[in-house]
Design a protein around this ligand. Sequence first.
Ligand SMILES: [Zn+2]
Length: 454
Amino acid sequence: MSLKFYNTLTKEKEEFVPIHEGEVRMYNCGPTVYNYPHIGNYRAYIFADTLKRVFLYNGYKVKHIMNITDIDDKTIRDSQQAGKSLKEFTEFYTEEFYKDEKMLNILSPDKFTKATDYIDEMVEIIKKLLTNGIAYKSPDGSVYFDIKKFKNYGKLSNLVLGEQKENASGRIKKDEYEKDNPQDFALWKAWDKEDGDVFWETSLGKGRPGWHIECSAMSIKNLGEQLDIHTGGVDNIFPHHENEIAQSESATGKQFVKYWMHNEWMLVDQKKMSKSLNNSYILKDVIDRNINPISFRFWLLMANYRTRVNFVWEALEGAETALKRLYKLYIELGDEMGKIAKKYQQKFKEYVSDDLDTPRALSLLWDLVKDENVSNADKKATILDFDKVLGLGFDKIKMAEKVEIPEDIKKLGDERESARKNKDWKKSDELRDKIFSLGYKIEDKDGGYEIGKI
Ligand SMILES: [Zn+2]
């Protein structure tokens, strides 16, 4: 099956041809661990995970690296505000991130690479760029990349140098800046007092790396000078990925990445997520509302990764209801495991291999569930096959649902049901709490109720 993906570099949907036969080398820009990632960040990781699963499904071997940015402007600033060492501060959020990834059923990469473990590799690339005359030292000892020396600067983000605002020149030491203001960016930041005790003594002097060089160093070290796939959110295209290309290609003389892939924004109530608007949610907010994190994954898969999505709680609740229905239908298929329905598998493969058309793949899943010409046992096998890509956790639900509900709990459930029928809400609530305290939860359904383990 040929795979086709939209490549941000060529602005076209292209057939995927790996650099090394049968193998994919893939790098994802990971989180900056200065806080809990918001759910919008997870769109990028769920997208990258789906992509990886599609490669595995098509029989590729995947070499996969994801970084943890544990040193940048924000981690320094916020660790100081928290009165903690950079290490202690970032390790906490790194662990929280790993937990979230598990809850979202995201497959772990071969390696999570922490930027602070790659300072030597960064210094090495920067020295190469200084030797080539592409980078230069500023009077304070920082090292900058001269964007005019790299003729392809702007090829990813469609930026034409010289067409920006008049003041769009000079140097920028900050990690993040806007596209209408491209400037020589910092590869190495000479220590200043705001950095406190965060610095490395290297042959470049006392200082710390810029954010962009981190990803070049970690990807080249682990995956080689040329990668098949590099992913991130569209907000990474400029300046981060543009700068990664400039640094890496200037240092190696080779094309850095063959296919650049980016997921679109996730808005909340049609706005960008931000702390000031109070619309920035984390995965814990989803769990606190008693919603399975997998429902969030399911909701995202309903849209193509290249379309903007707008998050509202009602939509997520709708996804939760639909997912529960699918789980229930799956359980009702019984215990017997049959064979994969080839006709469905073929279509499924076709859809997901076409620039990850997950919306079509999901509607195929519903078609399969309803198809009376496929036996229950075969449906079951086919759902599990689809789930290798979808990652909705069908392989785990059987155990959870097989739990026998003890008689005394069932009795309490019946008592609560009669209290409800008599509109004795107080008693009904008390009984629900009692059931909960015994480790079970009760859910009201049309014309009845269901008890499950918490
Ligand atoms: Zn990156």
